[in-house]
Design a protein around this ligand. Structure first.
Ligand SMILES: [Fe+2]
Ligand SMILES: [Fe+2]
Length: 154
């Protein structure tokens, strides 16, 4: 693999934010699917498949954040190591929530049970995204001016 061009903090921030918007769109679709399932307008199978796909997307998203966002945050200020620990704890919790709730969605037989687990999952993930943007994915932490200009001077 050729050397990757290092991403600027602002580029990392933009990418994470655009992934968040895509994930939120998926969450809304999943929530809508669960409502339609209750009205007999959607099949349990399709809702279950959407939930499984969401788990895969979230896993890729968290891996991206751990690979690119975490190093940028670490260098942002003196609280880097604590923030990284917090980010990792949050991701561990999200992975546990995803495992538990996507399994619950997959194993549920009744539409009501599927819809209840979908709503719980959507609420948790939306809250996580909001908190993450408040704590990390913002211009205070991920901005290019934090790179000292003399870094390029030699
Ligand atoms: Fe995250
Ligand atoms: Fe995220």
């Amino acid at each position: 693999m050729p050397d990757e061009e290092p991403m600027l903090p602002s580029e990392i921030r933009e990418k994470v934010l655009s992934q968040h918007r895509e994930i939120e769109a998926m969450l809304e679709e999943l929530r809508l699917g669960a409502s339609e399932l209750l009205q007999g307008l959607e099949t349990a199978d399709r809702v279950k498949r959407a939930a499984t796909a969401l788990r895969g997307i979230l896993e890729l998203h968290m891996a991206f954040e751990e690979r690119y966002m975490a190093p940028a945050i670490r260098e942002a200020d003196g609280f880097g190591p604590e923030r990284i620990r917090h980010l990792q704890d949050e991701h561990e919790e999200q992975r546990a929530d995803l495992d538990r709730l996507v399994d619950a969605i997959r194993d549920a037989a009744k539409p009501q049970d599927i819809a209840a687990a979908v709503h719980k999952l959507v609420d948790i993930l939306k809250k996580d995204i909001d908190e993450e943007e408040r704590d990390y994915v913002n211009e205070d932490l991920l901005r290019d001016t934090l790179v000292p200009s003399d870094t390029f001077g030699g």
